[in-house]
Ligand binder design. Structure first.
Ligand code: UD1
Length: 405
């Protein structure tokens, strides 16, 4: 892998921004919006609500002036997790919401109890039917909410609901992921009063009304991380542009531990890596909320560690079903054993091409990186999962000197 790449816009930042658009009537413009199927599904839901949407390359225009339907039947929400963030925005402005049960990758149970409890504290009442979830709130009011776990989605939902709620909302134990700050930045441009994003205590002062805004979606730190780990696996040298380096958390340190040389240019939002030695093992690493190692890069790291000089232990602490890549990597020659949330990666593998299956988004992208490092041909099925979050992985890799068929 060798070359330079401008990284696509962030899926996890763009999706809640699209949900937030229902908080105010007007015409929104989102720049650097990734062309991925999860965005298409969210747009289906916005259309269902009565919005008009238009894409011009990476610019997205959404007119919410006709949005008056709070019962969304579209299959979009059933296909992806982020549909749940419509709860906060629709309760905020329309005072009612009905969505199909949220889907997403099958990486664990993915409950939404924290979302419902917090919105309940703000005055919402929910009703569960077989396939749909309905919520009502005559008037949302501010509340002092303590999250038992810094859930990204729950923090986003509360943030959105709080912007139009009466009075002040405090979120304690809030998620600190960069996508929260991005959503807050967007909401602030819409006229919201928010303080403390990036910390675990966020304060929101409700306002009477918000207005439409224009915003630039930040680059996708997980897509960036996937390619950086791909460069480590292939002994490459790549430079990624337009990546806010602060969004990468501890990833640059982990890349160094793996044996790569890492060059960060914070002012220019650039990161480069060069890998000239054998991958080093990492004795133990656990996934954890930002700024620690993200669960979304766990499978790509596992693929890299399978080739390392020595054993590594990886613990998955966020989602319980996130080792679905293990049998596929084994098929490619990796020696990995899993027990509950712990994976033991023996290392020393010379990966070889095989017929493998992507079973979820991030695992699928990790398999592509493994395939680049493997000897011989790998055929990967299930690419529809990868398209949920990677706009054009084939085109990106071409820019990094690799041709996929
Ligand atoms: C978001 C990201 C996903 C990322 C994850 C963790 C989007 C669209 N998705 O997912 O890519 O992997 O953050 O960084 O932004 N939990 C509960 N009850 C709840 C909510 C969550 O128990 O009500 C648990 C989950 O089961 C999981 C953990 O909390 O074990 C983290 O979930 P959360 O941070 O909410 O992740 P998502 O917002 O679903």
């Amino acid at each position: 892998m060798c070359g330079e790449l401008l990284v696509q816009g962030s899926k996890n930042a763009a999706l809640p921004m699209l949900a937030a658009m229902l908080l105010a009537e007007g015409v929104y413009i989102l720049h650097h919006c990734p062309q991925i199927t999860d965005v298409d599904h969210m747009l289906e839901l916005l259309t269902d609500a009565g919005c008009l949407t238009r894409r011009e390359g990476h610019m997205l225009i959404v007119d919410t002036r006709g949005a008056d339907r709070c019962s969304l039947k579209g299959s979009g929400a059933g296909k992806m997790r982020a549909g749940v963030t419509l709860l906060g925005s629709m309760l905020g402005r329309m005072h009612a919401v009905e969505i199909p049960y949220p889907g997403g990758c099958t990486i664990g149970k993915r409950p939404i109890d924290l979302h419902l409890k917090a919105l309940g504290q703000m005055g919402a009442v929910f009703e569960h039917r077989e396939h749909t979830l309905s919520g009502y709130a005559e008037k949302l009011h501010g509340a002092d909410i303590s999250l038992d776990f810094p859930s990204v989605g729950a923090t986003e939902n509360i943030l959105m609901a709080a912007t139009l709620a009466e009075g002040r909302t405090v979120i304690r134990g809030a998620a600190r992921e960069p996508e929260i700050a991005a959503l807050a930045g967007f909401l602030q441009k819409m006229g919201a009063h928010i303080e403390g994003t990036g910390t675990s205590v966020i304060r929101v002062e409700g306002v009477e009304r918000l207005h439409a805004a224009e915003y630039i979606v930040p680059s996708d730190r997980i897509v960036a991380g996937t390619y950086l780990l791909g460069a480590v696996m292939t002994g490459g040298e790549i430079r990624l542009l337009h990546v806010p380096t602060a969004h990468l958390g501890i990833l640059p340190r982990i890349l160094t531990e793996l044996g790569a040389e890492v060059f960060l240019k914070e002012e220019q939002d650039e990161i480069a890596v060069k890998m000239e030695r054998r991958t080093r093992a990492i004795p133990y690493l656990a996934t954890a909320p930002f700024p620690d190692f993200p669960t979304d890069l766990q499978s790509a790291l596992m693929a890299a560690l399978s080739m390392a000089a020595g054993p590594s232990f990886l613990e998955e602490k966020i989602f319980e079903a996130r080792f679905q890549i293990v049998p596929e990597l084994r098929r490619m020659g990796a020696r990995i054993y899993e027990e509950d949330s712990l994976a033991v990666i023996e290392g020393e593998a010379r990966l070889r091409g095989a017929q493998v299956e992507a079973r979820e988004l991030r695992g699928g992208a990790a398999l592509i990186m493994a395939a680049l490092a493997a000897e011989g041909k790998t055929v990967i099925s299930g690419m529809e999962f990868v398209k949920r979050g990677y706009e054009d992985i084939q085109g990106d890799l071409k820019k990094l000197g690799i041709v996929l068929h």
